[in-house]
Design a protein around this ligand. Structure first.
Ligand code: MLT
Length: 231
């Protein structure tokens, strides 16, 4: 198993295509996608812009609009991007259209490179078990507004710790070297973790550490629209 970790979506890739592409966005899109599916959402439709989200809502009127800009809920949307909002009685049986500043942008950029799954700290063990049978795996840290995100690199390191002796690039070796720290300590230390805490969203950090068993796989529905469904 060859695992290539890139710390930002703009990094150079070694290959033109991969057997599996894992998108990490621990604070918070990856955590939110995992929580939504774990709590019974029919599917999570990742889109890059507010305009796309509203256009898709017209196609799937019963869906919920969710997402953030600068981490705050987009005006007129049903939900923001806090995983704590995605409780069963709100989203069970519903389709969720999600647009965020980093995670859903990375999905759009990398879906041509191979089959996509979404990962965060909360489902890292499930994704590691799911990916063990793949040969060439690309792991993309979404980062935050073009800057490396400590929490994403840490999540990549935790992912590697569950694998059986993968071949790693230098990004993987660096990620592995920080993977023994306590999760909540890393999230509180991270720039985005501090930003969320300073803006009243600190509870999301503990939520990001709680483990759930779900592997969000990007699929295509009859409308030829990509959506995350459970494996
Ligand atoms: C994301 O992509 O997850 C967001 O930019 C970060 C957040 O929701 O705070």
């Amino acid at each position: 198993m060859n695992v290539e970790i890139i710390s930002l979506p703009c990094e150079h890739l070694k290959r033109d295509s991969y057997d599996l592409v894992i998108i990490i966005d621990t604070l918070r899109a990856g955590t939110t996608i995992a929580k939504a599916l774990h709590n019974g959402a029919m599917g999570v439709y990742p889109v890059a812009t507010v305009k796309e989200a509203k256009k898709l809502k017209e196609k799937v009127p019963s869906s919920l609009l969710a997402g953030e800009r600068k981490s705050f809920k987009i005006e007129g949307f049903d939900l923001g991007n806090s995983p704590l909002e995605f409780v069963e009685d709100k989203i069970k049986g519903k389709n969720v259209i999600l647009t965020t500043s980093n995670g859903t942008q990375a999905v759009k950029k990398f879906k041509e490179y191979g089959p996509i799954v979404s990962m965060a700290l909360s489902n890292v063990k499930s994704v590691a078990n799911f990916s063990n049978s793949y040969e060439n795996v690309l792991v993309v840290c979404s980062g935050s507004h073009g800057e490396m995100a400590l929490e994403d690199l840490y999540t990549a390191g935790r992912y590697i710790s569950y694998l059986d002796f993968p071949a790693l690039n230098d990004g993987g070796i660096i990620a592995k070297s920080i993977s023994n720290e306590e999760p909540i300590k890393i999230l509180k230390l991270s720039h985005h973790g501090r930003y969320l805490s300073q803006n009243g969203m600190g509870k999301d950090l503990a939520e990001a550490c709680s483990q759930i068993d779900v592997v969000p796989v990007l699929k295509k529905d009859p409308f030829k629209i990509d959506f995350f469904g459970g494996k």
